[in-house]
Design a protein around this ligand. Sequence first.
Ligand code: HIF
Length: 291
Amino acid sequence: MSQSGDYDAVRKDIVAQLKKPDYDDGSAGPVFVRLAWHSAGTYDVASDTGGSNGAGMRYEAEGGDPANAGLQVARAFLEPVKERHPWITYSDLWTLAGVVAVKEMGGPDVKWLPGRTDFVDDSKLPPRGRLPDAAQGADHLRHIFYRMGFNDQEIVALSGAHNLGRGHKDRSGFDGPWVNNPTRFSNQYFRLLLNLEWKPTTLSNGVKQFNYSDPDAPADEKEEPLMMLPTDMSLLSDSSFLLWVKKYADDKDLFFQHFADVFGKLLELGIKRDDKGSVINTDNVRGGYVS
Ligand code: HIF
């Protein structure tokens, strides 16, 4: 067991959990990034509800939301880390795991501060339906991400995280990776989005996505097709989004810088800090319980 507050020891143990030869593309990194984002992405600025505080995915109301299908796998991968460092909150652990995963997969340093609480504040519980629906388009993306306080540039910068991981038929119903190397963080997602010919495809489960298969690959070496979600494609058809897709496709450093800023901002949604970065704790003020 580490000393309370030794986040470097936690980071090391998260790294040790990343390598998973038998899982997906050999890494738990992408699903850690999705866990971190879904834990924070329920935030609503107007009502100051949702967000990573409370680690609500431990409970059915949030954990059982179909939008969170598959994230129980990520939480289980992190359980040994929690056992070794019982002093860390789940809300800190899940957000830190996303930051550590981005870095380990070759991405930028995302600023991360501790202090989230696992205290469940009933007055802050998010209703279901706060996370995005991949079958929709640009208006929906704005509706969801403006609600969290993001602008168009930030929506596109965040979207670059779909460079990582894949859709799973038994989770969201979508199928396949966005890029050829889905465990390496880069701006490849933007380059492929712009440059490949994406074909509307209906999967056997009726789900509609966009696929690309290399037409020149020899039949016996056919690789799994790459995919884009309808929401990914909407970044091309909206001129304000497209502007940033082009910038990030051209300039990896700019993308890394903007991604680090916006992912850091995402993980801070709903966390109140004083000038020194310490969390202003309201646990003792409101009703609720600590599990
Ligand atoms: Fe995802 N996302 N996301 N996403 N996402 C999936 C997988 C990942 C959306 C839908 C999906 C973001 C935004 C949006 C990651 C990270 C981020 C899947 C597939 C869907 C359907 C899930 C599965 O079947 O396993 C939509 C509609 C979003 C609004 C644009 C963020 C910006 C891109 C905020 C973000 O960081 C990651 C990583 C994965 C891969 C998970 C995996 O298990 O491999």
